[in-house]
Each structure stands twice: as C-alpha cells, then as structure tokens.
Design a protein around this ligand. Structure first.
Ligand code: TMP
Length: 253
C-alpha cells in the first residue's frame, strides 16, 4: 500500500508527498480522539464526511477571497493541498460560550459572547495545547504583529462566512478552530487557512432543538458521531446519500 512518502501523521489525518513540489495529499482517517488523545475510537465514515465537508467549506472561502490551502479533492478520503509552513497555534473563534472557556472563566454553556472572541492556543500535545497571549506569540517568535493582525482578520472572515452558511441551514456556529500556514511566492510571504474545517473542529448546535452536531457527540457520548456529521452534510447539500453512498432505508407510507 505504500505508494508515496508519508510526510506527517496526526490524530485524524495523514499527509503524503504530493505529485508536484509545493503540494501535499491530505488523507482523512476515521480515527477520533478527544481530551488530548486520552479517548479514542474509529468511526466509520468520519474521514469521508470530513474530506467532503472541508472541501465544501474551503471552496466557499475561496469563492469569497479567503486564501486557503485547498486545491482539489482526489477521492473519497484524499484531497490535494498546497504545502505550507504551519504556524504552531490553534486559532479559536467563539460566538457562544462552550467547552474550555466555560471552565476557565466560569461561564454557563450557551452564554452569547458580547462579540466574537479570538483566542490562540500553543499547538503542543505534551502541554495540552495551553492558551497563550499575543505577548507570548511575539516574544517567542511564533508570529509577528503583522502576522497576528492577518490571523485575526482571517479568523473573523472565516467566522462570518461559516456563521452565515450554518444559519442558512438552521445551525448555530458556536465556536471553531483553524490552523494557519505560511506560503511564499518568491520573496512574498502570505498567510492562508490550512489543515481542515469540519465538525471535528467546530461546535455546531441545531437552532431549534439545541442538538449537538459536532465532535462533542463523541467527547460526551451523546450518540452516533457519523449520524451527526451526516446531518450537517445533508443540510448543506453535501453527500445527501451519506458517507457510504447508500441512503438508509426509509419507511414508505
Ligand atoms: P475548546 O472549547 O475545547 O477550547 O475548543 C474550542 C473549539 O476548538 C471547538 O470548536 C473545538 C475546537 N478544537 C479543536 O479543533 N481541536 C482541539 O484540539 C481543541 C482543544 C479544540
């Protein structure tokens, strides 16, 4: 099966060398982890769904001029992407309190934020991805002030785009995480959205019922994760048949 060189393997994806310099192939696994990989499972169909959903979101971002790494989907589990130098930060935007901010600041889950809040976390599994300030980021040389301004601007544009898209299908975008990479055109460096955008890296709540349609279903044992992701995909018109390509049996009245 080794048909090309593996460049990197993470918890949910593998990167292989791409067909041309400056490209990579991103493979989406069915593996799910939470709480810094303390909890693990394999969820049939998750990789297929996230490949298609990340394609859909990145293409939408391209259409409104938000630069990102996506080039094209290759097959059910793989996409061709532009190789970037990943900045070692997770950029989180929050519209509503959930997850770690509730513990950190004693907020009740569901409390709306006064405005979208952008946070940075240092990508380091051994340390459990600690939150960091702009002071840390600049002092330790992970990014400069211009990069920070660009990262905040990218994150807020992604937030506006994703919030509107989700609202249109009855889903609230509670929060999400993106990763950002550097690419060079000659001497000119720019920052682009990289990694993935999928229900693994967002919190998505049904507006009517409050049903969670994201990785919290797995983190908190709330039901079938693939069903939740399939629902997001179905509402967006992505893979209406579900990840296996076969619709589930339906009752005929
Ligand atoms: P948090 O509330 O746990 O800090 O998560 C905020 C958002 O970031 C949430 O949508 C989940 C996402 N996230 C990731 O994608 N990867 C991670 O490792 C963590 C901790 C959060």
């Amino acid at each position: 099966m080794a048909r090309r060189k593996k460049v990197y393997e993470g918890k949910a994806k593998i990167l292989y060398e791409g067909p041309e310099p400056g490209t990579l192939v991103q493979y989406f696994k069915d593996d799910a982890t939470a709480f810094n990989a303390e909890k693990r499972a394999t969820i049939d169909g998750k990789g297929v769904l996230n490949n298609r959903l990340s394609e859909f979101f990145m293409n939408g971002l391209t259409a409104i001029g938000v630069p990102n790494h996506f080039i094209k989907r290759i097959n059910m589990r793989e996409q061709l992407i532009r190789a970037v130098e990943i900045i070692p930060l997770e950029v989180v935007v929050r519209n509503v309190a959930a997850g770690s901010i509730c513990q950190r600041l004693g907020l009740e889950e569901g409390t709306p934020m006064p405005r979208p809040i952008v946070e940075f976390y240092f990508k380091n599994d051994a340390l459990g991805d600690p939150i960091v300030s702009e002071e840390h980021i600049i002092a330790f040389g992970w990014a400069n002030q211009q990069d920070l301004d660009d990262m905040v601007s990218l994150a807020l544009r992604v937030n506006d785009f994703m919030s509107g898209l989700m609202l249109g299908v009855g889903i609230k975008l509670v929060d999400f995480k993106i990763e950002i990479g550097r690419t060079w055109d000659g001497d000119f460096m720019r920052l682009i959205v990289a990694d993935e955008i999928s229900p693994d890296s967002c919190r998505l709540w049904d507006i009517e019922t409050g049903r969670k349609l994201d990785k919290d279903v797995f983190r908190r044992d709330l039901g079938d994760l693939a069903d939740a992701y399939t629902e997001v995909a179905r509402r967006l018109g992505v893979m209406p048949q579900g990840p296996s390509g076969v619709s589930k049996p339906t009752l005929i009245n």
